[in-house]
Design a binder for this molecule. Structure first.
Ligand code: AMP
Length: 451
């Protein structure tokens, strides 16, 4: 089902630098948290596009030899995470196509809300699709457009799609970067130290490759990179910003600046707000690593309760294949997160996480802390109850699986076996986001969808 294809991904584009594919590769490393399922890079040497993409982490998909084959001074890259759809390599990006104007490759972060409609219309007209990806629609729309220049075809195609998209297109000689009119997903522009430009989902990629942040690509803006010129800007759509607030809550890396603001600082402020509105007496504040760390620091600073590292995370656990019995499942959780028993034993603990989705993580963590001897466990969540699914590119399950859509807070507290449970409210969340609060999409917490 196309509706299930909630993709949280990263995109990068490098233009005008002879190390393009290597810089794309390093950038993808910095963006790995946005998707671990597959990675890919397309590069152009001005004559021909080359693509390498495969399932797995960036580190496993590429090696020096492979990167050597991705020649040229422009490259685009992608990391993919998808919960549903086909596991096949065809669903990895960049999506490459040969068409009447030559060759192109596209990378996409976000979700199109009218993808199925477009697809059915195209299929009726004889189009053949190879994947379940929204992005393939764009290839068809561009290839079928009656305009003569690629630029006009891109404008034509993006006028037909709706939803969330941060896109980077690569042709043999040009690169294009585009954000939907709401700017749901982030996309920033930077200047590379060795010449040329970079666009990336998050600025943590800039820091890794030494790029200087110029500005965010504006909602509804198309940037054209052509030869040695400064990128040209076309405002294709009237901007009506609705940035995804979940980028601040969970998704982006704390060292990134997204939507004009530090993710770390924003998350810490969420923790401060939480301490302010939902105080509780306790001996220590501990985070659920890694997502809960900045908010727990903020909570501790605001409340004056000491911050402790009460849970260790093992960073080397990837996917484990042991699933069948409950016993084995518990072991699997412990492989990833282990309690610091000496610190927790006999103590009243406030445990801070960024969000509760299905409730399974919180339940396991509370149980683990109690088994480690905590006398009380108070769960604090630095975002409001997740009550509604996301149609704009964050991987959230259907409403029937969202615990807050189906249980009262008291019942959730009982379910996770905590001594108390409290969430941040929407007003306090928006207070943590210092910029214009009307500019955010909070649909996952409110059910108020824009598109
Ligand atoms: P759950 O066990 O379903 O309640 O998941 C909650 C945990 O998942 C929290 O620790 C969050 O940090 C994390 N989380 C929240 N949103 C997402 C997401 N879209 N993808 C993966 N993990 C998430």
């Amino acid at each position: 089902m196309l509706e299930d294809m909630n993709e949280k991904c990263a995109v990068v584009g490098i233009y005008g630098n002879k190390e393009a594919s290597k810089l794309a590769y390093f950038s993808l490393h910095a963006l790995q948290h946005r998707g671990q399922e597959a990675a890919g890079i397309s590069s152009s040497n001005g004559v021909k596009l080359q693509t390498i993409k495969k399932r797995g982490l960036v580190m496993r998909v590429f090696d020096e030899k492979k990167l050597e084959t991705l020649r040229g001074s422009s490259a685009i890259g992608h990391t993919r995470y998808s919960t549903a759809g086909d596991d096949s390599i065809l669903d990895a990006q960049p999506v490459f196509a040969r068409y009447d104007l030559g060759e192109m490759a596209i990378v996409h972060n976000g979700n199109l809300t009218n993808a199925e409609e477009i697809r059915n219309r195209l299929i009726d007209k004889g189009a053949i699709f190879q994947t379940f990806m929204d992005t393939e629609n764009l290839i068809h729309l561009i290839a079928k457009s009656e305009k003569r220049k690629l630029l006009d075809r891109i404008i034509d195609a993006v006028g037909k799609i709706e939803g969330a998209f941060s896109l980077v297109f690569l042709s043999r000689t040009k690169m294009f970067a585009m954000r939907d009119r709401h700017g749901f997903r982030p996309l920033s522009l930077g200047k590379l130290p060795g010449g040329g430009y970079i666009v990336a989902s998050e600025t943590c990629a800039f820091d890794l490759v030494g790029a200087e942040f110029i500005r965010d690509v504006k909602p509804g803006e198309l940037l054209i990179f052509d030869e040695d010129k400064e990128p040209e800007s076309i405002q294709v759509f009237e901007p009506t910003p609705k940035h995804c607030i979940f980028e601040y809550v969970y998704f982006s890396r704390p060292d990134s600046k997204v939507f004009g603001q530090s993710v770390y600082q924003t998350r810490k402020d969420m923790g401060r707000e939480l301490a302010h509105i939902k105080p509780v007496e306790a001996d220590m504040v501990i985070p659920v690593p890694d997502g809960g760390v900045p908010a727990a620091i903020g909570y501790a600073q605001e409340s004056g309760i000491p911050y402790e590292m009460g849970i260790m995370r093992n960073h080397y656990i990837g996917r484990t294949f042991i699933e069948p019995t409950q016993e084995m499942r518990d072991l699997k959780v412990k492989m990833k997160l282990s309690p610091m028993t000496d610190i927790i034993k006999g103590k009243r603990v406030i445990v801070v996480d960024d969000s509760i989705v299905r409730g399974t993580t919180s339940k396991r963590i509370v149980r683990m802390l109690k088994e480690a001897g905590a006398s009380e466990v108070h769960m604090r969540v630095s975002s409001p109850p997740t009550t509604d699914p996301c149609f704009y590119g964050v991987d959230t399950p259907n409403k029937d699986k969202l615990i807050a859509a189906n249980m009262s807070q008291d019942d959730i507290c009982k379910f996770i076996e905590a001594d108390s449970l409290a969430y941040l409210d929407e007003a306090s969340l928006l207070r943590s986001v210092k910029t214009d609060t009307d500019n955010y999409c909070t649909a996952c917490f409110t059910g108020k969808y824009i598109v």
